[in-house]
Design a protein around this ligand. Structure first.
Ligand SMILES: Cc1cc2nc3c(=O)[nH]c(=O)nc-3n(C[C@H](O)[C@H](O)[C@H](O)COP(=O)(O)OP(=O)(O)OC[C@H]3O[C@@H](n4cnc5c(N)ncnc54)[C@H](O)[C@@H]3O)c2cc1C
Length: 325
């Protein structure tokens, strides 16, 4: 991009890229694009970055839970190299099974690391976008965005990205193939010690998919009484639209049945992940339309894993770099 400088000489300006979503895919794309010299701005509707790598702190009780993703694993060399760097920096530590890592002090830490020094706006919901000549104008629910962007990257789960595209009269073919299983997540603290060997129990059948001891994760001082419980995809789907009080009571009861005790929660909250784990992907590392300079990346491209989101973000960044120069 070239503009007139103060002495009338052409001054190269870096291309400006807007990224919707500051989860792992958005952060991975942002870091790579920033390294390549582009001007990156991220917008996320959440109160903090991380997306489904989420952490909830309850102010009243001072309890914290990672109520989304629990562990990271590397299958490929790029994410393995990244995990090794985070391990050396104390941002992840081994947890659960061999080869699995939890983030320290909570699951948002790796995304925060990738985004360090970049322009990130949280609490900003992108409600639409439109082309103005060769650039993108974004509409936000909370504030006006005066800048125009040379390229636009979408990372919300595919159905949410598609709604935005539909509203703009646009399409990224392949996105319609992506589907997700939901997950109800229970954040529970109770005085009773629910006895099970190890830090994680995976009943896998019935309502309860897995139980995670928050206090057993690396670097979680004071979280000893906290459990995060994930419901199975089938149970979550059946109860997707149920009131949260009913879901909470049913999950606490299911836990009681599992351990043969009546559980009296000291703290209980549920969170519904409507789009939790990818069931079918779009079949490509990322989706990119060079004519529009519009792309999608995320776990929806490569599978239900943090690593997939990381790799997909890198793939989209590479496509953009190849296109923008
Ligand atoms: C309960 C649960 C357990 C999981 N367990 C694991 C696990 O143990 N290991 C593992 O590898 N993976 C796990 N996963 C999957 C993993 O979390 C995801 O694959 C990965 O985090 C997806 O990253 P992403 O960047 O593609 O999407 P997201 O993390 O969903 O990021 C998308 C971002 O877009 C934002 N957004 C959406 N719409 C808008 C809008 N209109 N405007 C602005 N921002 C918007 C969202 O707020 C979000 O931050 C789990 C997921 C869940 C839900």
């Amino acid at each position: 991009m070239t503009t007139e400088g103060s002495e009338g000489v052409g001054v190269a300006e870096p291309a400006r890229v807007a990224i919707v979503g500051a989860g792992m895919a958005g952060a991975s794309a942002a870091r790579r694009l920033a390294q390549a010299g582009y001007d990156i701005t991220l917008f996320d509707k959440g109160r903090q970055v991380g997306g489904r790598m989420a952490n909830r702190h309850d102010r009243e009780t001072d309890l914290t839970f990672d109520h989304g993703a629990q562990v990271m694993r590397a299958h490929g060399s790029a994410f393995r190299t990244q995990l090794e760097a985070w391990l050396a920096a104390g941002i992840v530590a081994p947890w659960d099974e061999p080869g699995s890592f939890a983030a320290v002090p909570d699951m948002t830490a790796p995304v925060r690391d990738l985004l360090a020094g970049l322009e990130v706006h949280v609490g900003r919901t992108v409600t639409g976008f439109a082309r103005e000549a060769t650039r993108w104008r974004l509409a936000l629910a909370e504030a006006e965005e005066p800048r125009l962007f040379d390229a636009l990257v979408l990372t919300p789960p595919a159905p949410q990205s598609r709604r935005l595209l539909d509203a703009a009269g646009l399409d990224l073919p392949g996105l319609e193939r992506v589907t997700y299983a939901p997950c109800w997540s229970l954040m529970l603290a109770c005085g009773q010690d629910l006895l099970f060997a190890g830090d994680v129990l995976r009943p896998g059948a019935g309502p309860v998919a897995a139980i995670f001891r928050e206090g057993a994760k690396p670097g979680r001082a004071g979280a000893s009484a906290c459990l995060t419980v994930h419901a199975t995809p089938d149970w979550s789907r059946t109860h997707l639209e149920a009131p949260r009080e009913a879901v909470q009571a049913a999950m606490v009861d299911a836990l009681g049945d599992l351990f043969g005790v009546a559980i009296t929660p000291e703290h209980a909250r549920v969170h519904r992940w409507r789009y939790a784990l990818v069931e079918s992907t779009c079949g490509a590392p990322c989706l990119y339309d060079p004519g529009m300079r519009l792309g999608f990346c995320g776990d929806g491209c490569l599978g239900p894993r943090i690593e997939a989101a990381y790799d997909s973000g890198s793939a989209l960044a590479e496509s953009l770099v190849a296109d923008l120069g």
